[in-house]
Design a protein around this ligand. Sequence first.
Ligand code: ASP
Length: 351
Amino acid sequence: MKVKMRIVFLIVFAVIFSGFSYSQAELPNVTIVTTGGTIAEKVDPKTGAAVPAVSGKDLIEAVPGLSKIANIKVVNFSNIDSSQITPDIWAKLSKAVDGILEDPKVSGVVITHGTDTMAEGAYFLELTLKSNKPVVFVGAMRDASELSPDGPANILNAVTQVCSKVAQDWGVTVTMNQYICSARDVRKTQTTNVQTFNSGEKGYLGYIAMGEVYRFNDALRRQKLPLPEKLPNVVLISEYAGADGRLLRYAVDSGVNGIVVEGVGAGNVNAKTYEAIKYALKKGIPVVITSRVYHGAVLPIYGGAGGGATLEKEGAILAGDLISPKARLLLMLALPYTKGDINKLKEILNR
Ligand code: ASP
């Protein structure tokens, strides 16, 4: 009798187990790579300030229902505030994510990241990842110890997006508070509100509700560049009323490889900054012009000492509607690739 019971138990166990493994095998495989940020932070009661505190495992355990939509693997890449991240770290992250995506069984990757530099990080990976599988950057505006943290729902939506049939060709996105934004056009627009990421007049790529992705737009103007052995030193200097060009001259004299000048309006600077830009160009340092204005592109409209048309004639490169920190990243990747070919550099920055 005991033996019979044991056999029945084994059969029941085997049926349950095979059913379980079958349904798991039916689910897509998604890897979550954690880097840190508010999503992995808690307030330290001693100081009252948020600090890194939550492991990748804790993050996933805080998301009910995740295991019903995908088989999740967690890779703890780092646990740092995104204000501390550098392009060199994103280069390592890009290689790590490509390594994960090489596995044909992996459908896509979700990257948890601080929101402060998330728009830049997403763009860096968009430019450098070899794989075209979905990669979703996600974070939180409210840390894990707040009354209603937004991280868990954001992670669930990010995994939903990776698994969705309608969301396979967007490349890298920033997906927060149900809205999906392209890596190229997204920016953080509010310092403390959960609805902080948007792409301005370019619009959202899509929206996630009730476990479904609603597709609004295609991700246009995607481009790829190889990761160089070493990233060049490129600085970003903003124009303002009364700027005297000294920071630009200092940058040149201290040996930078490229400069992004965030101009006013449609990409204009004053006469002193203009002189400093000419100083840089004469020394062979590429200068890229962006705008500090929220919407619109840099265009060769104005003449005179420092107008966009004059700057372009002088050899500066106008970066269209790419925002300044992203133009800096693009220049960092384009410089080693174009190896001094200014027309090729222009073509990449203007694309
Ligand atoms: N300071 C945080 C960061 O790592 C902000 C956030 O994640 O929302 O960017």
